[in-house]
Design a protein around this ligand. Structure first.
Ligand code: SF4
Length: 365
């Protein structure tokens, strides 16, 4: 069994830590690129959402290197993600690749027993002791928590940094060097070193940067390639950004959902506008927009792939929130045809708007 997995932001670091720790053979697809998207777009249904296409690109590149098993998180929810596994399996079969899929669904959807069976299917390939396997899992969780924390700090502190570009450089070096680590322990030590580095970046607390919340469909906001690296661009402009949805948030959400203690704050705020789950993370998107306003952010940017059903619903609700709260929200829709120049122009115009609003408020004080 040679495992592969699709890229989804920082998930690749946790997956690397896990499989290295378990001593299981795996193939990490090359980082997302135009080539992966081109391959995925060539073979995928034209009107399927962008994550599907990029994932197919990832699988094809990994299959070329010998991968025969895909590990994917699942969802039996009402959006297309619930069908990804079946569709992707059939598509790969039609292309002549008999690939095994192991889907990590929520226990409430497939039952604890089935989830354990699936986990067992992976862990049985490891020659490590039970204790070592548990350690590998904990180390992977440690990795995802650390990298998400470093990333969140870098994104937020970019607005306060004294040396322009320092946060961005630290974050980029951290990710690149982590991918090169041969042992999980080395990766954890490296992440701790970078956590310390980002904690000690010189900042000017008197600065009043523009603060933007990044909300929307989970894949497109956590995978930088799919959103044309919007957070990097905003860091360059000296904007502080915050994104609630991260891979570590997802793990926590999945662990707490059986006891209904997940995302209590987001649900509370979303309730007034969208009181039930409609698939994807539409409800979270609504709750996060209100939360960002409450936390004093200057605006929010919603990002989602063309045709994303849940986010189209939240897009139709966001103008009402924007009006009710006097809170600017911009929506960016991405697909394989998105042109970078027009995309950047919209981001810059939005930042300009927020700056002018902020200047007006400050001049009135
Ligand atoms: S949330 Fe949207 S983009 Fe993601 S799988 Fe569902 S429909 Fe597609």
């Amino acid at each position: 069994m040679k495992i592969t997995f699709p890229h989804m932001g920082n998930v690749c670091l946790a997956a690397k830590a896990l499989f290295d720790g378990l001593g299981i053979d795996y193939i990490m697809p090359p980082l997302n690129s135009k080539l992966a998207l081109e391959i995925g777009s060539l073979y995928s249904p034209e009107d399927i959402c962008l994550p599907f296409k990029i994932m197919i690109g990832n699988y094809m590149q990994a299959i070329e290197k010998g991968a025969d098993t895909v590990i994917l998180t699942g969802s039996c929810g009402p959006c297309r993600f619930g069908e990804y596994c079946e569709m992707q399996m059939n598509l790969l079969k039609k292309l002549g690749h008999d690939i095994d899929f192991i889907v990590m669904d929520m226990p409430k959807d497939i039952g604890k027993k089935e989830l354990l069976n699936r986990i067992n299917k992976i862990s049985s390939k490891s020659k490590k002791t039970k204790l070592e396997k548990v350690k590998a899992l904990f180390n992977a969780l440690k990795v995802i928590n650390l990298i998400d924390e470093i990333e969140a700090k870098a994104h937020y502190m970019a607005g306060y940094e004294i040396v322009k570009g320092q946060c961005r450089k630290i974050l980029s070096n951290c990710k690149m060097e982590s991918l090169k680590c041969k042992k999980t322990e080395d990766m954890i030590n490296l992440l701790l070193y970078y956590k310390d580095k980002i904690d000690n970046v010189s900042i000017d607390k008197n600065k009043k940067p523009i603060k933007i919340a990044i909300i929307g469909e989970i894949y497109t906001i956590i995978e930088p390639f799919s959103n044309l690296c919007i957070e990097d661009k905003l860091m360059e402009y000296g904007v502080s950004t915050k994104r609630e949805l991260t891979p570590s948030w997802w793990v926590k959400n999945m662990a707490l959902s059986p006891v209904k203690l997940n995302q209590l704050e987001i649900k509370k705020y979303a309730n007034e506008y969208l009181s039930f789950q409609i698939g994807g993370h539409a409800r979270e998107c609504i709750g996060e927009a209100i939360l960002a306003h409450k936390k004093g952010f200057d605006g929010a940017i919603q990002i989602f792939p063309m045709g994303c059903m849940p986010e189209i619903v939240s897009k139709s609700i966001l103008p009402k929130i924007s009006k009710d709260k006097d809170f600017p929200i911009m929506t960016l829709v991405v697909d394989e045809m998105t042109g970078e120049a027009g995309y950047i122009t919209r981001i810059e115009a939005f930042v300009d708007l927020l700056e002018r609003r902020k200047d007006n408020v400050l001049s009135r004080c």
